[in-house]
Design a protein around this ligand. Structure first.
Ligand code: IPM
Ligand code: MG
Length: 353
């Protein structure tokens, strides 16, 4: 039986994960499929119970599972700990590294019924359909970091190996080939040596994908273009830090960060999580939007298990509930009726039928 390691984590993670599991069980049940779901501790919840943000039991379970479904980690309670022990540096980053999840996939597609939910003008976001491929196990996040005393200073080293660049750029070309055949590689080659190296490799990989049009864009310009004319983008490939920033920006092109699903891949193995955080300000109040997590579960069915029909069913059900006017607080306009986390999950299940 396919095994899924379920890691609710902290804050709204505890509320959105049950909704995604509920939807998975419903869609798989309808299609006579059975998965095994096992819950493990991660993040602040794990610190409170075991003293460690990423207990060995959790790491082992993630390594053994076919896929990992993660909620969110972190919160003010654990921000007082030394940085390496906190949920981000102590759990999420080591998990990505240990599982070698180098490819982070974040798709943004405007659902027509959410057009007015975006803070951007409708004509700007109307035809948005893009995917950002973010390199996830290299760059500034994983370079040497530290402090000097005399004079007081701090540093984070940005290194990329050729192999690290080549494999994510290749995935970019493959993804573009199956879509509108446009790949935009985002860098800062006018300033950074690592970006000039990235660009050379991207140009080299391009020789093997003659049907795909490769363009290069500086990251500052890419941020501006994303709000100016986002429909120009098909596939974007970029390094870790730029990808972190640009995907939060890109999420608003799809209405709300509460809609942004994410898959972190190494071949078929994947960790699936919403791109938003643990939102401690609304945690425990049945307010969070579970759709990014539900859509991440759909990505899991598609990428790890190749259950494309079932993934389609979930995505269609999500579109249907949005078309029917269901809105969590992050999506609602002042006069619109707001539903809670659980009601949104129930509505998606009802729409599967
Ligand atoms: C993300 C998040 C993480 C990141 C944080 C929680 C460490 O912002 O997945 O985009 O920066 O990668
Ligand atoms: Mg981020």
């Amino acid at each position: 039986m396919p095994k899924i390691a379920v890691l609710p984590g902290d804050g709204i993670g505890q509320e959105i994960i049950p909704e995604a599991v509920k939807v998975l069980q419903a869609v798989l049940g309808k299609n006579n499929l059975k998965f095994e779901y096992q819950e493990y501790l991660i993040g602040g919840a794990a610190i409170d119970q075991t003293g460690k943000a990423l207990p060995l039991e959790t790491l082992n379970a993630c390594q053994e599972a076919d896929a990992v479904l993660l909620g969110a980690i972190g919160g003010p309670k654990w921000d007082v700990l030394p940085a390496p022990e906190r949920p981000e540096l102590g759990a999420l980053l080591p998990l990505r590294k240990e599982l070698n999840l180098y490819a982070n996939i974040r798709p943004v597609k405007m659902v027509p019924s959410l057009l007015s939910a975006s803070t951007l003008k409708e004509e700007t976001v109307k035809n948005v359909d893009l995917v950002v491929l973010r390199e996830l196990t290299g760059g500034l996040y994983f370079g040497e970091k530290g402090r000097h005393d005399h004079p007081p200073a701090a540093y984070d080293v940005l290194v990329y190996t050729e192999i690290e660049i080549r494999r994510i750029v290749e995935l970019g070309f493959q993804t573009a080939q199956e879509r509108r055949k446009k790949l935009c590689s985002v860098d800062k080659a006018n300033v950074l040596e690592s970006s000039r190296f990235w660009r050379e490799i991207a140009n080299d990989v391009a020789r093997h994908y003659p049907e795909v049009e490769l363009t290069h864009m500086y990251v500052d310009n890419a941020a501006m273009q994303m709000v100016r004319y986002p429909a120009q983008f098909d596939v974007i490939v970029t390094e870790n830090m730029f990808g972190d920033i640009l995907t939060d920006l890109a999420s608003m092109l799809g209405g709300s960060i509460g809609m942004l699903a994410s898959a972190s891949m190494n071949g078929k193995k994947g960790l699936y999580e919403p791109a938003h955080g643990s939102a401690p300000d609304i945690a425990g109040q049945n307010k969070a939007n579970p759709l990014a997590t539900i859509l991440s579960a759909a990505m899991m069915l598609r990428y790890t298990f190749e259950l494309h029909a079932e993934a389609d069913q979930i995505e269609k059900a999500v579109t249907k509930v949005l078309d029917a006017g269901y809105r969590t607080a992050d999506l609602a306009k002042p006069h619109e009726k707001i539903v809670g986390t659980r009601e949104m999950g129930d509505a998606v299940i009802a729409a599967l039928a």
